[in-house]
Write a new protein. Structure first.
Lengths: 674, 314
């Protein structure tokens, strides 16, 4: 009963928010009402998720009169759905609050109606994806989510590259939708699309058909989650959207790809052969590496974060792939641990990525710039944003005691535990995966230093950064919510482990030997991590050092002077390291991957070529992945549409002649289909 | 409980206290090998005392990160040191964390060191930060695979458990897996602590610096803290090399005789490793920065071979 009420509150609030954005007169009231409704809806989603997870029960509802042709609306929230509902609610709440301050400039504009209404619809559809209990409902809300987010991506007319980004996104997401549809059709075999029925029917499928369903599902959900090579839309679309929407897309929507895959593969399909897991694990490693490498080289602030999303989803899929691999080999307990590691990282990533995208929004709002090369010195002008960003960056870098480290540690442990099993394939795959994860962790730390250091430290590199203003209070409060979560989940990761283990056991995995008292511990490799205690040791040692410095230095002078610049007197922002320079050594190390291009233009004096007036260097990375994978497809589409254009002769007689032709063809096709 | 805390505390304090002496010893050995007389082993203590008592000059472009960084570095390094088994193989710190945690804590220190380098906004600080982070990132896979190799033979990633198992089954220590992993770990150690041929700890030319470039702006007590933390880091990693791969001599009980013997053993082991380090540093020249990845790739290959051979010998 309680759950039903929360569900009604959730949908009601989103519906009210969407209606208010259309009905109310333009202005600040509209913005506040619509976004407060979104916040209430998110809070209800959070409460609903928590309540289902707590009670360990499931909540179901059926509305047969809606979506009748697709088999009616069937809703069911079990522990897995509740967990993802919780993530959506938890990221939706700060994103909505943040938008109250962030979207002030839209007041009085027509497009504010669409933006606020779509935001509510987007949130509602994401929440419903986790509740859907039949194929029809799932596909419908999945598509609503895709369309709403597409419209939000292209909603800002000032973003010059938004239409291209939107096009990439629309094509990729619909290709994914088709794959999903095909998978459901194979799975249902012409029968019912209810999830419980599909669960039973899937055991009757031939192994080949099951493999096909798996590959289609992996492609469909992988395109949503941004797995390489289906990631190309993500670094385009996430930065183009307004920051509160980017936060939701990166921290909530991509996770629904994870949700879909777990639901389909662990819940609906029976255990498959090991290659399923091997495939996902391999793709996960490649995705994580690709994501982190591009994230390090990128200078557009929000694109850095978008690539980091690709990286972290790769880490999540390493956990999932590991779980599938172990399930394939029949090591149920290890599979359960892999699943727990993947889910924990999903939660942790959602918390810090939500924080960082909101902080990026705050920085963009304050400086009117998006390039990291235009920032610098913001720590003095935006102290609260800087402070909270530091927490987010530490989590992103995966250092203790923040939450990013907890799930990374668990991922390391399950890989080591799995490597102790004696299957030859594991002996090759798991050490390489471990090395990959370690490299990703190291590069993520580098990326974290670069992200925070170049953006917030040193001297401002542009007038925008010089005149930056701290964001309004509500935006800071909104950022503080996920920041607190980052710290709490980092110090007490054990508080969520029992729930995650329950999700794994609800999915039919035997409970993994993953005990969690005060310390996170993996008995299989007798490893423990007591994050709170480590933090206590580190903080007390640091505090002791601070006291010592205070005591000794009490009577010593502390002078403030100019920095040492090798004898140069004036320190200017021109001599400090830039984001591109910071990544330069890495670009040299991974030249084969980055394929950098350089263009040097030297302008010389007409009298002599030894008098150089100016030198311009343009360094870029060749987007070879897009070119190799999508270039042929894009060119073929262009060629076909050019051909099609030749039909447009302008002669009305010709067009009229086409009509009966089309009709005839339809007759033939329908005859043939019957 | 009390006794566990005491064991951890004593070992940690021991590591912190002897760290400057290890640095002094390596410097002395290096001087002797180069035909110089060299300063006494206790010279680093004198330097620390002197630096600690000096006033500070803070760059006007620096923010609170610059003030916070030395304390975070000290905190992270001490926390990492508290995990290491120094004299006792029965290591209660296994309850706190394992080798991955230790590596991550060192990374936390590196992270703030790099931020401290970027904060004043000078070209050298940024250069040092960028290079340091690149080297640190590329060292991570080697460390992870070395840990995996140890875990494959000993069944654990906890430091005390590894040392204890190897102590019980000495055959592990001379197996190809451990030997190769040891070699890989030593290269990683050199990269992590900024020794030759990756970085030159006694360079005076800003353009070739890595670690020194980052801390150019630090002075007075802050500098002393950072230098001390760097010494602890070196000693900690040498201790790990000694006690994880060659744990002989470690105390298995808390009897006074065993403890004294273990203390002697670790001093001898550190002396040998320090001598090796000094020998290496007098024999090789600093690598070009862009050749460093090749060295790290070598250590990674060694580690991977180690892991593979662990699979075969299992």
């Amino acid at each position: 009963m309680n759950e039903s009420l929360l569900f009604d509150w959730m949908l009601g609030a989103f519906a009210l928010g969407a209606a208010a954005s259309v009905a109310l007169p333009l202005g600040g009231v509209l913005r506040r009402v619509a976004l407060v409704c979104a916040a209430i809806g998110s809070a209800s989603a959070l409460a609903l998720g928590l309540s289902v997870l707590r009670a360990g029960a499931t909540w179901t509802a059926r509305w047969d009169y809606l979506l009748q042709p697709l088999g009616g609306v069937a809703l069911r929230v079990d522990s897995l759905g509740a967990f993802f509902l919780l993530i959506i609610g938890f990221t939706g709440l700060p994103a909505s609050l943040f938008a109250i301050g962030y979207l002030k400039h839209l007041d009085g504009r027509m497009r504010s109606r669409a933006t606020h209404a779509l935001f509510n619809i987007f949130l509602a559809s994401m929440c419903l994806v986790t509740c859907a209990d039949n194929g029809g409902t799932f596909l419908f809300v999945w598509e609503v989510m895709a369309v709403a987010s597409y419209l939000l991506v292209i909603s800002d007319p000032e973003q010059a590259d938004a239409p291209t980004a939107g096009l990439w996104y629309a094509v990729m997401t619909h290709a994914g939708f088709l794959a999903l549809l095909a998978a459901f059709i194979i799975l249902a075999q012409g029968g019912s699309w209810e999830f419980p029925v599909l669960h039973n029917a899937s055991t009757l499928l031939s192994p080949g058909a099951r493999g096909a369903v798996f590959v289609l599902m992996a492609a469909a959900f992988g395109s949503k989650a941004g797995l390489v090579p289906l990631h190309v839309w993500l670094p385009r679309a996430h930065p183009a959207a307004p920051s509160h929407v980017s936060a939701l897309m990166s921290a909530a929507m991509v996770n629904l790809g994870v949700y879909g895959l777990v639901r389909l593969v662990f819940d609906l399909l029976p255990p498959g052969p090991p290659w399923w897991g091997g495939l996902l694990l391999g793709i996960g490693v490649i995705t994580a590496l690709t994501g982190v490498l591009y994230s390090v080289a990128e200078t557009h602030l929000k694109r850095v974060l978008a690539y980091s999303t690709v990286e972290n989803l790769g880490l999540v899929f390493i956990g999932l792939g590991f779980a599938l691999l172990m399930r394939g080999y029949g090591y149920g307990a290890l599979a359960s641990m892999g699943l727990v590691a993947a889910l924990l990282h999903t939660l942790n990533h959602a918390a810090f990525k939500c924080l960082l995208f909101l902080a990026a929004g705050s920085v963009v709002h304050g400086t009117h710039n998006v390039s990291m090369e235009m920032f610098g010195g913001l720590i003095k002008r935006m102290p609260a944003t800087a402070m909270l960003s530091l927490l987010g960056t530490l989590a992103l870098a995966g250092v203790p005691p923040l939450n990013g480290f907890a799930s990374e540690w668990l991922t390391f442990q399950v890989l080591v535990a799995g490597a102790q099993r004696t299957a030859p394939a594991l002996a090759i795959l798991l050490p390489l995966a471990l090395a990959g994860v370690a490299l990703v962790a190291g590069l993520a730390a580098l990326s974290g230093v670069r992200l925070f250091g170049i953006t917030f430290l040193a001297l401002p590199r542009s007038t925008g950064a010089q005149q930056a203003k701290e964001s309004t209070r509500i935006m800071v409060v909104a950022m503080a919510i996920p920041a607190v979560a980052c710290v709490v989940l980092g110090i007490a990761p054990t508080s969520v482990i029992p729930q995650l283990s329950r999700i794994a056991s609800d999915l039919g995995q035997p409970a993994g030997p993953l005990s969690a008292g005060l310390a996170l511990s993996v008995p299989l490799v007798t490893s423990r991590m007591w994050a709170a205690m480590i933090a206590a040791v580190a903080i007390s040692a640091g505090a002791a050092a601070a006291v010592a410095v205070r005591m000794v230095g009490r009577h010593r002078p502390v002078r403030v002077g100019a920095a040492w610049n090798c004898g140069r007197i004036i320190q200017s922002a021109r001599s400090e390291y830039t984001a591109a320079a910071f990544a330069e050594p890495l670009k040299r190390v991974f030249t084969g991957f980055y394929r950098p291009t350089q263009e040097v233009t030297i302008d010389v004096h007409p009298a002599s070529r030894y008098f150089v007036r100016s030198i311009r260097l343009r360094a870029d990375l060749a987007p070879w992945m897009e070119e190799v994978l999508y270039g042929p497809f894009v060119r073929a589409t262009r060629a076909v549409s050019d051909r099609m254009r030749q039909l447009h002769s302008g002669s009305i007689h010709f067009y009229l002649a086409l009509l009966p032709g089309a009709l005839l063809m339809l007759f033939v096709i329908s005859r043939w289909l019957r | 409980m009390m006794r566990d805390a005491l064991v951890i505390g004593v070992q940690t304090v021991l590591l912190i206290v002897i760290a400057p002496a290890i640095v002094g010893y390596v410097r002395l050995m290096k001087a002797r090998l180069q035909g110089r007389r060299g300063a006494a082993v206790v010279q680093p203590y004198r330097e620390l005392r002197k630096t600690f008592r000096k006033g500070m000059v803070i760059a006007d472009s620096a923010s609170w990160i610059f003030h916070l960084a030395p304390f975070v570095i000290v905190g992270a390094t001490v926390a990492a040191a508290s995990l290491a088994p120094v004299i006792s193989a029965a290591q209660p710190a296994d309850l706190l964390g394992d080798l991955f945690v230790l590596a991550a804590l060192l990374m936390l220190g590196t992270f703030f060191l790099a931020l401290g380098g970027l904060d004043p906004g000078t070209a050298f600080g940024g250069m040092g930060s960028s290079r340091e982070m690149t080297v640190a990132a590329l060292t991570e896979p080697t460390i992870a695979i070395a840990v995996l190799t140890l875990a494959l033979t000993t069944g654990s990633t906890s430091l005390g458990a590894i040392a204890g198992t190897v102590l019980k089954t000495p055959a592990y220590a001379i197996g190809p897996g451990h030997a190769l992993a040891f070699a890989a770990f030593l290269i990683a150690l050199i990269a992590e602590t900024g020794r030759l041929p990756v970085d030159n700890p006694s360079t005076h030319l800003e353009l070739t610096m890595i670690h020194e470039a980052m801390i150019l702006e630090y002075s007075g007590p802050y500098l002393a803290l950072i230098e001390w933390a760097a010494a602890v880091r070196l000693t900690l990693l040498l201790t790990l090399a000694a006690n994880l791969f060659l744990p002989w001599g470690m105390a298995t009980s808390l009897a006074p005789v065993a403890l004294v013997a273990a203390l002697l053993a670790i001093v001898v082991k550190l002396a040998i490793l320090g001598l090796l380090l000094a020998l290496l540093e007098t024999r090789v020249a600093k690598l070009r920065l862009f050749r460093v990845p090749e060295l790290l790739a070598l250590s990674f290959t060694l580690a991977l071979l180690a892991a593979a051979s662990s699979f075969f010998t299992k």
